[in-house]
Design a protein around this ligand. Structure first.
Ligand SMILES: [Zn+2]
Length: 146
């Protein structure tokens, strides 16, 4: 459930790791502490780990919009300031590129802003998918109020 939220946090430019299934909670909490991350979870048991003091943010199971509102208020998220600067799949900061470096892209992208992930080589541009995500980020930003 938090996987989608993680993708949207990355879409907003926030450094967001998604824990692999199966790792012991204790190790995940310790890793978050070492990397200076907050730890978002739907698992109440994680609150009991001492290392998670102040790091763990418990989220109830719920709809993505509801989770986003909670995280936005708790951490003062700006959903738009750095939107689409990070790879949605692996969290790597994107670098600008140009369409002529990617001959397999649709030709109508010439001259448009295109970003490339240096880790997985995925290419991002302002297509219908990112427009849907951006619309959602804008809605969340509006709901944070002035
Ligand atoms: Zn990537």
């Amino acid at each position: 459930m938090l996987g989608r939220l993680a993708r949207y946090l990355r879409a907003a430019g926030y450094d967001t790791e998604l824990a692999a299934g199966g790792a012991p909670d204790r190790d995940l909490v310790r890793q978050a502490a070492e990397e200076g991350r907050y730890f978002l979870t739907c698992d109440r048991l994680i609150l009991e780990h001492r290392a998670g003091n102040g790091l763990v943010c418990f989220l109830p199971h719920g709809h993505l919009d509801k989770l986003a509102r909670q995280v936005g208020e708790r951490f003062g998220i700006d959903w738009l300031a750095r939107a689409f600067t990070r790879c949605l799949m692996d969290n790597t900061p994107l670098v600008p590129t140009q369409s002529h470096h990617h001959p397999d892209l649709p030709p109508d992208l010439a001259g448009r802003d295109i970003m490339r992930c240096p880790a997985c080589q995925r290419v991002y541009w302002d297509g219908s998918h990112s427009r849907r995500m951006r619309a959602r980020l804008e809605e969340w930003q509006r709901s944070l109020g002035p």
